[in-house]
Design a protein around this ligand. Structure first.
Ligand SMILES: *Cc1c(COP(=O)(O)O)cnc(C)c1O
Length: 357
């Protein structure tokens, strides 16, 4: 048997699909998963779609000890006319390889990864929920599997993809959130791993997020790790500001994740004749603009919510109320347009969607 040919082992014991489309994020998984192996001498080999289920790893597997791992997050959407669309999936595989490079993990063949992802979703098509606002969340990831406690890159890896139907991020419509501006803990520094989607970046934020939640905040806005002065991003979202008519987002400086939603918004606004300024902006500058009455809209951007309007920021006891806790006009328009393209309601003139067929 050719070890590079995709093998499919069908699940003969299929699960019940959730009755309601409002399942909590990341708790329900489909009937199948994708697995690809790596060994230094062979490269990536043995692609398989198999029944979803536990995997067996040696207790010394490197992933458990030194966190050599990367992941991605993307979605498949149902259109009203029964098609299934992916949103710029090639960008996710490009970014997965960038993350892998930073974590000394071998690169995947991006074209083949997309081909095999498409095959998996095709098989699981009935799992893509149809209610407006719902989607099938896609989690590709790579783990290091050598049974070896020596610190250093693994010689073996598993690349896997699991799928999870998700409800609407905002079941009652877009809801502005309250965000704490973090002035004690650090997420990432230049030269670190902030630009990679890797496990350690997230668990290291839990403590700050828990503290912020105790005070009624939904998440934290991270500042730069050196001076705690320049605005970086939210937990798993990039951040945008509309100040005195100008749309601003922090520039990609090596410690910020290069969001595909961020990139798409910059490109979309360009087609509307609105320039997005990517620059370093301090938190003081933002509060000065606020005091002068110039902060019009603030929103987070990411695959999970597309747009998450920010209604309030809290920094060192100073409260910033944005747009009277209401969603801004531009935020709403961006949200409607991108979700419209993702679900086939708006014509995709930018060539962003890929149909699964
Ligand atoms: C995934 C992620 C984002 C958003 O990226 P998208 O490609 O837009 O989903 C932003 N920041 C962090 C830290 C992330 O992990």
């Amino acid at each position: 048997m050719n070890t590079y040919q995709l093998q499919v082992v069908e699940n003969t014991n299929k699960k019940e699909k959730p009755v309601k489309d409002q399942v909590p994020f990341g708790t329900t998984f489909t009937d199948h998963m994708y697995v690809l192996e790596y060994e230094t001498e062979k490269g990536w080999y043995d692609p398989k779609i198999v029944p979803y289920g536990p995997i067996s790893l040696d207790p010394a597997a490197m992933i458990f000890h030194y966190g050599q791992t990367v992941f991605e997050g993307m979605k498949a959407y149902h259109t009203e006319d029964g098609r299934v669309l992916l949103f710029r999936p090639e960008k996710n595989f490009e970014r997965l390889n960038l993350s892998s490079e930073r974590l000394s993990i071998p690169a995947l063949d991006e074209k083949l990864a997309l081909e095999h992802l498409t095959a998996l979703i095709k098989l699981e098509k009935d799992w893509v929920p149809k209610t407006p606002g719902t989607s099938l969340y896609i989690r590709p990831y790579i783990i290091s599997t050598d049974a070896n406690l020596a610190v250093g890159p693994s010689q073996t890896y598993k690349y896997m993809v699991i799928l999870s139907p998700v409800g609407s991020y905002f079941p009652g419509g877009l809801q502005p959130v309250v965000i704490h501006v973090e002035d004690k803990f650090t997420r990432a520094v230049k030269g670190g791993t902030g630009m990679a989607k890797t496990a350690g970046n997230y668990s290291s934020g839990y403590q700050a997020q828990a503290n912020a939640k105790k005070e009624g905040n939904a998440d934290v806005l991270w500042l730069d790790g050196v001076e705690k002065k320049y605005i970086e991003e939210v937990g798993s979202m990039n951040i945008f500001f509309k100040i005195n008519g100008e749309v601003i987002t922090p520039e990609l400086n090596g410690s910020i994740l290069k969001g595909i939603t961020r990139m798409s918004i910059i490109e979309l606004l360009d087609t509307w004749g609105i320039k997005v300024t990517e620059k370093r902006m301090s938190i003081d500058e933002l509060y000065e603009a606020y005091d002068a009455g110039h902060v019009e809209e603030v929103f987070g951007t990411g695959t999970a919510a597309v747009i998450s309007p920010v209604g309030e920021l809290n920094w060192k006891g100073k409260k910033m109320i944005v747009n009277n806790h209401e969603i801004g006009e531009l935020s709403q328009k961006i949200y409607d347009t991108i979700t419209g393209i993702q679900t086939g309601k708006i014509e995709d003139t930018l060539g962003w969607t890929v149909e699964v067929k």
